[in-house]
Design a protein around this ligand. Structure first.
Ligand SMILES: Nc1ncnc2c1ncn2[C@@H]1O[C@H](COP(=O)(O)OP(=O)(O)OP(=O)(O)O)[C@@H](O)[C@H]1O
Length: 299
């Protein structure tokens, strides 16, 4: 179990994370999504005791991370795969970590095998690893203590398509055995394939959270007309709540039937009318976070 309870982190006047609350339950993979600078890494660092919240609280496996007596046995963390010592081999890195955690040294070979680092790769210095190999080693470190919770920031970064597919299976299997996974990723299709639940943040705030299927189903209606201005006026007059989507259409909080009827009554020519979630997670993400990246870029 992971709990974020009204987490807020301010840097000067700027709130990097603003009143973020969510829970990740055992047996589930939660996808943590948001545009660049949305506050994902800062939230994950607060969950893992690396950044002190300005206000609010976080708990993993029932306690604040810093109060866990042997955290690696409870929570596997992968926040920055390039943070490992470049002068040690992969095997040495894991052997040292096993000693620190009090884990049987025999488990090193098992996790190396689990993450697909063969004996030749395990003997090489981490400095000579590709980003994908570092991610695999980072995941091996996270799994070493046989934790029940995983907190992973962009674990698929640098992995090739086969590696991404492999990681999806590994995370699904971990959750299916009762584990709890929180996973941030920019690879929306991968998140869509593996996550049960989603937490979407933009500008430091939660903009949506819930079951993946429920969020995709409740995303409203995407509508596009030959005359976009007349469409907005028509939707306003019909009392339908609409927002501009990132790509020029309108997302309306209503069923397609009601939107189509309002357009027909006004004699409008529609060029697209469909459930917004039908475009998958990518469409939902763009809709929910429309403008957030731009705000970040000009801040
Ligand atoms: N140590 C810090 N000092 C000042 N500002 C910070 C610090 N760490 C993060 N920020 C700011 O907090 C905001 C959120 O950053 P964060 O790295 O959490 O976003 P993110 O969602 O992980 O982004 P990305 O997808 O690009 O990794 C950004 O505006 C960032 O510049």
């Amino acid at each position: 179990m992971i709990t974020a309870d009204h987490l807020t982190k301010r840097y000067g006047p700027h709130a990097a994370v603003d009143d973020v609350s969510f829970r990740c339950e055992p047996g589930t993979v939660t996808g943590f999504l948001g545009p660049n600078g949305a506050g994902k890494s800062t939230t994950m660092r607060m969950l893992c005791g690396l950044t002190r919240p300005t206000s609010g609280a976080a708990a993993v496996a029932g306690r604040p991370y810093r109060e866990l007596p042997n955290p690696g046995r409870e929570v596997g963390v992968l926040l920055d795969a390039s943070a490992q010592h470049v002068g040690r081999s992969g095997r040495e890195t894991l052997t040292l970590a096993a000693r620190t955690m009090g884990v049987d040294a025999g488990r090193v070979a098992a996790v190396l095998d689990r993450v697909g680092l063969n004996p030749v790769a395990a003997k090489r210095r981490v400095g000579a690893y590709s980003l994908g190999m570092r991610q695999r080693l980072g995941l091996a470190l996270a799994l070493l203590g046989e934790p029940r919770v995983l907190v992973l920031d962009e674990p698929a970064n640098g992995l090739d398509p086969e590696g991404i597919f492999w990681m999806r299976g590994l995370l699904r299997d971990f959750a299916d055995r009762g584990g709890t996974v929180l996973l941030s990723s920019h690879l929306l299709r991968e998140v869509e394939a593996v996550a049960d639940r989603l937490v979407v943040i933009g500008g430091g705030r939660v903009v949506a959270q819930g079951g993946k299927d429920e969020l995709l189903a409740g995303a409203g209606t995407l509508v596009r007309a030959r005359d976009p201005h007349a469409l907005r006026l028509t939707l306003d007059r019909a009392g339908l709540d609409a927002t501009g989507s990132a790509d020029g259409g309108c997302v309306v909080r209503a069923e397609p039937d009601a939107v189509g009827q309002a357009a027909a009554d006004a004699g409008l020519v529609l060029t697209e009318l469909r459930p917004a979630g039908g475009g998958g997670l990518e469409q939902l993400f763009l809709t929910l976070t429309a403008g957030a990246s731009t705000k970040e870029a000009v801040k």
